[in-house]
Design a protein around this ligand. Structure first.
Ligand SMILES: *Cc1c(COP(=O)(O)O)cnc(C)c1O
Length: 365
């Protein structure tokens, strides 16, 4: 079986260093908010070219805490609206709802699967406070268009970078192209921990200060609480492990780009629609997603040929039971995407013969 994502082999690459990091944390006797977190936050901030990186418990919390901090700073209030792409992973939308704000769904464009900037202005009302672009599958959104609209309407831009660690455009890295950004280090993401983890990046000092309190019970000083905060800290152990993997992230992305170039040049089956790439640097290939009319048939055929695939994502957010209030919405582009997409195997540990086999099987379909 050619695995969709062989996490075991990926983490084995770092076996010795990960074990050393574990030993260091074990022996330190200090497991929360210590030197490992500080070091990883500094390294990740430098990686993104941003002033502040703040470790949190997971990617969903990263987005929730950014919005929550804007509320505490008096910029957002209950019932305000945030524009989100209608085909995103549900977490981007949950982060808005969790704060008693209203997610307003905007369709993506079919070429990039990212939020379509030309549809944004029609959705802006006097309640709109932010745009939450999601760099889906690892490809940056059209941030110059999005930032221009945000500036014109005085909106915040909150990047969802959960799939786009290291994506670059015009010298800027994901996490440094809006007002604040949320990252996930879920094990299968481009930079993955050995468990749940996440981070927030921003150049906004005031926002960073508020977030640091909110994630720690609303407290800067022990036993003094200025907000009704939460516990969403990133532990020393995950920070230490992430520090190991951050060092090879760009190298792994470049291996993935080589594999992707083979897929893009050698797969030539008209039944399979390949992804379109705007710029090499702006895509870090969290996923290699193709489209086809009869997705179930293609997936079944690939499974029969021992090639594992995954659907990202099978049900659009507006068709989820959790968002019953959206059941009547018509979002034809999202619905088409959700019916047609299929993610192929892709990782830095895929072997050349496995890539060749995937290409051969796809072309024979
Ligand atoms: C994974 C993901 C999240 C949530 O991250 P977790 O760490 O799993 O909470 C948010 N947004 C997008 C686009 C994601 O892919």
């Amino acid at each position: 079986m050619i695995k969709f994502l062989d996490l075991q082999t990926i983490n084995q690459l770092h076996r010795e260093e990960l074990k050393n990091a574990f030993d260091r944390v074990l022996d330190s006797g200090w497991y929360i908010m210590g030197a490992e977190l500080k070091k990883f936050e500094a390294d990740f901030a430098a990686y993104c070219g941003v002033k502040h990186a703040i470790g949190v418990a997971n990617g969903l919390d990263a987005l929730i805490l950014i919005i929550r901090a804007y509320k505490e700073l008096g910029l957002f209030k209950d019932g305000d609206e945030i524009l989100v792409p209608s085909n995103t992973y549900i977490a981007s939308i949950l982060a808005v709802s969790a704060n008693q704000l209203v997610p307003v769904l905007v369709e993506p464009d079919l070429d990039s699967y990212n939020i379509d900037p030309s549809l944004l202005e029609a959705k802006i009302t006097e309640k709109t406070k932010a745009i939450l672009p999601v760099h889906l599958y690892g490809q940056l959104c059209d941030m110059s268009a999005i930032n221009a609209i945000a500036k014109k309407h005085n909106l915040k831009v909150i990047e969802d970078c959960a799939q786009a660690h290291g994506a670059k455009k015009d010298g800027l890295t994901a996490g440094n192209i809006g007002d604040a950004a949320g990252f996930s280090f879920y094990p299968g993401k481009n930079l993955g921990a050995l468990g749940d983890a996440g981070a927030i990046t921003t150049n906004d000092d005031e926002l960073a200060v508020a977030i640091k309190a909110l994630l720690n019970y609303g407290s800067h000083v022990k036993y003094q609480n200025i907000y009704k905060g939460v516990n969403s800290r990133l532990d020393e152990l995950q920070a230490a492990l992430l520090g190991v993997k951050l060092k090879t992230l760009d190298m792994e992305t470049s291996v993935k780009r080589t594999i992707v170039n083979r897929y893009l040049t050698e797969v030539n089956n008209p039944k399979i629609q390949l992804p379109k790439v705007r710029e090499q640097e702006a895509h870090v290939w969290h996923l290699f997603v193709v489209r086809t009319n009869d997705r179930e048939a293609l997936q079944h055929y690939l499974t029969k040929n021992e090639i594992q695939t995954v659907i990202h994502y099978p049900i659009p957010p507006h068709k989820q039971t959790a968002y019953k209030e959206w059941a009547e919405l018509s979002l034809p582009i999202s619905e088409k995407i959700h019916n047609e997409v299929l993610s192929l195997p892709l990782s830095a540990v895929m072997k050349e013969h496995e890539v060749s086999r995937v290409i051969e099987v796809l072309n024979a379909y």
